[in-house]
Ligand binder design. Structure first.
Ligand SMILES: [Zn+2]
Length: 290
């Protein structure tokens, strides 16, 4: 099956035919067949990182993706593609986990980001999460993905030249992070978490910075899931060469991109950023945030 990268066109393309044969687990009750559930570890590659309880059971588990779009043994699509199973509980989404647990997931992202950059071929480490079928998740069990790739994608190049990438509306500021709504969203209720201190990689975060980030993520995702079932999280880190402030974008998958968007790269958004900012700054959202 074909698996290669083309960088000579309008945008980078990773051809990955094996991705098409992924199993899609849709029934939430199929715990027995879920490869991410405890007891089914034999159905995944050996872990590269595990967080365990004193009794030896794991609660976060990282391993190479069984259906990678890049891989270290393919020179034509070189890279690393890993899965982070965020909890051992099949039915608990990331935003329902305790903030301390979410902070550990963030710490794990950073550890794998750091590890991938030890390979001098890796130019960018992409960390992302798909939640829900409409966001591209093929397995409902909470997980995120990390991909170390050999090129710098166009949006990362853009942010190297221009940061922040757009004007935004301020929603909330904690000690370390602010929540803003971008004025040029591609999705309804799109929201961004930006740092209030100099930081460029997930692995640079300390405990307090991770914990506040986790608490903000949890509040925002809980709010997002009152209007949509599916969302993506994108973690913008710095490439090997160059610096971009570490920031996070949440894309609630309410509106679908169609012909106009695919043709033009311009986006029609059904919810104004001004409306989205009100949605997040509604008193109850951050009132319990201490
Ligand atoms: Zn599961």
């Amino acid at each position: 099956m074909f698996n290669y990268i083309r960088l000579d066109g309008e945008f980078p393309v990773i051809v990955s035919e094996k991705r098409a044969v992924r199993p899609h687990l849709t029934d939430k009750k199929k715990v027995k067949s879920c490869p991410f559930c405890p007891g089914n570890e034999k159905n995944t590659p050996p872990p590269v990182l595990e967080r365990k309880r004193p009794d030896g059971s794991w609660y976060i588990r990282v391993f190479p993706n069984v259906f990678p779009f890049v891989r270290p043994d393919n020179a034509e699509a070189y890279g690393y593609h890993e899965v982070v199973v965020e909890t051992d509980k099949h039915d608990t989404p990331l935003h329902a986990l305790p903030s301390g647990h979410i902070a550990e997931v963030i710490e794990v992202w950073g550890e794998r980001e750091y590890h991938m950059y030890q390979d001098p071929n890796i130019q960018y480490v992409s960390i992302f999460k798909n939640h829900g079928r409409d966001a591209g998740a093929s397995i409902p069990h909470a997980h995120s993905q990390i991909a170390g790739i050999t090129f710098i994608p166009p949006r990362i190049e853009y942010r190297l030249r221009k940061y922040p990438p757009s004007p935004s509306i301020h929603v909330f500021s904690g000690e370390f992070w602010s929540v803003v709504v971008p004025m040029n969203p591609r999705y309804a209720y799109e929201v961004r978490i930006v740092p209030r201190f100099p930081v460029y990689h997930v692995y640079e975060l300390n405990y307090d910075q991770r914990l506040e980030l986790a608490r903000i993520l949890k509040v925002l995702l809980q709010r997002v899931t009152t209007v949509v079932d599916a969302y993506n999280i994108a973690v913008f880190t710095s490439p090997r060469d160059g610096m971009i402030p570490l920031h996070f974008e949440i894309y609630p998958r309410k509106n679908k991109h169609a012909g106009f968007e695919l043709e033009t790269g311009a986006y029609v958004v059904p919810v104004a950023p001004e409306t989205a900012a009100k949605f997040y700054s509604a008193e109850e959202v951050f009132k319990n945030f201490v």
